[in-house]
Design a protein around this ligand. Structure first.
Ligand code: NAP
Ligand code: GDD
Length: 329
């Protein structure tokens, strides 16, 4: 029988990759989208005739219950959130509503509609924040450093709590930073690769960045959605760190990206103090040993391959924009 999955946040980076993965595996895929005056479905346009979209919002409990009643999925992937860390200082309450309480609303809907639903929560390495040890694993204590990180800690623990209180198959995937050509342009990786393409093609001169010393464990989003799916195929629910185990600084990311197009980054990068965060997460590096052992998961795309993939995609896209051509899918 065809399995049904519901993805919240299907219009986001991970939602698009996960929808492709589930369609490839023969699922009937449903997506939850919020109402907007203009549709922004660029990341899933190529899949539109294979998906069913439902309007609901993380703020609206009954709308979520209704979607679950209409779809009756076997698996729910809760990817929707206010996911940009700097915005969480500007809108801490809204971030809490979406990214923290939104998880409880999803879990309440699961509890009311069908407790047999398998539930995935998109937790984050931002929960480790000022990390107490390196590398971080499932036992490392949390010390979040932004309203976003604090909200994700709530989302993590409420997921664990519903598993323990109601015996719901609920998993929390603690994913480290993962990027792709579909990454939002405000995140540092895509901000850099987009600028590299524009500078190479002569339509931008400078790129303003914040803290170049921050270090992250960056992987490829396409690899990471595979881990999400694997978590829900196990006999028992659990929590897993998903990471590459290697960290690089923002400066190294800049160097790697500019090297792809034979430019010297020193000629183009300026540090803008306004982009320094009120509280920074200086370094993150994950230990995905448990995911490797229990899920058989490991990343396939390396850091240089990821940066190359993103720079090449941005070069193609910017070139198409300049020629006023449509980008091939
Ligand atoms: P993203 O590209 O920012 O996508 C976020 C999605 O959430 C979008 O589809 C957005 O819809 C939706 N959304 C936001 N508020 C909503 C609301 N009130 N109701 C319904 N939908 C709402 O994020 P991503 O990079 O794919 O990440 C997916 C999830 O993983 C997020 O929860 C993020 O916090 C978490 N995470 C990401 C990473 C990473 O490195 N990418 C690492 C760890 C955890 P619109 O299109 O309408 O805005
Ligand atoms: N965005 C951005 N813009 N970040 C910059 C800049 C800049 O101009 N300059 C330096 N950085 C540094 C930030 O200070 C941070 O230390 C690092 O680059 C990464 O920033 P982001 O790419 O915005 O990602 P993030 O680590 O804050 O959050 C992402 O990863 C989390 C997982 O750890 C997001 O995807 C979160 O949703 C996710 O949970």
């Amino acid at each position: 029988m065809t399995r049904k999955a519901l993805i919240t946040g299907i219009t986001g980076q991970d939602g698009a990759y996960l929808a492709e993965l589930l369609l490839d595996r023969g699922y009937e895929v449903h997506g939850m989208v919020r109402r907007s005056s203009t549709e922004r479905f660029e990341r899933i346009n190529h899949l539109r005739d294979r998906l069913t979209l439902h309007q609901a919002d993380l703020l609206d409990q009954l709308s979520i219950v209704k979607v679950l009643q209409d779809v009756r999925p076997e698996e729910v992937y809760n990817l929707a959130a206010q996911s940009f860390v700097p915005t969480s200082w500007l809108q801490p309450l809204l971030t809490g509503e979406f990214t923290a309480l939104g998880v409880t609303r999803m879990l309440e809907a699961v509890r009311l509609v069908d407790r047999k639903i398998r539930f995935y929560q998109a937790s984050s390495s931002e929960m480790f924040g000022a990390a107490r040890e390196e590398p971080q694993n499932e036992q490392t204590p949390f010390y979040p450093r932004s309203p976003y990180g604090v909200a994700k800690v709530y989302g993590h623990w409420i997921t664990v709590n519903y598993r323990e209180s109601y015996d719901i198959f609920a998993c929390s995937g603690i994913l480290f930073n993962h990027e792709s050509p579909r990454r939002g342009k405000e995140f540092v990786s895509r901000k850099i690769t987009d600028a590299v393409a524009r500078i190479k093609l002569g339509v931008q001169e400078k790129l303003l960045l914040g803290n170049l010393d921050a270090a992250r464990d960056w992987g490829f989003a396409g690899d990471y959605v595979r881990a999400m799916w694997l978590m829900l195929q196990r006999d028992a629910p659990s929590d897993y760190v998903v990471a590459t185990g290697r960290k690089h600084t923002v400066r190294e990311l800049v160097e790697e990206a500019f090297a792809q197009v034979d430019l010297d980054w020193h000629d183009h990068i300026e540090v803008d103090p306004r982009l320094i965060r009120p509280a920074e997460v200086n370094k993150l590096r994950g230990d995905a040993g448990r995911a490797r052992a229990e899920l058989g998961w490991q990343p396939e795309v390396t850091f240089p391959e990821l940066v190359k993939m993103m720079v090449e995609a941005d070069l193609r896209r910017v070139q198409c924009e300049l020629n006023q051509q449509e980008l091939p899918p």
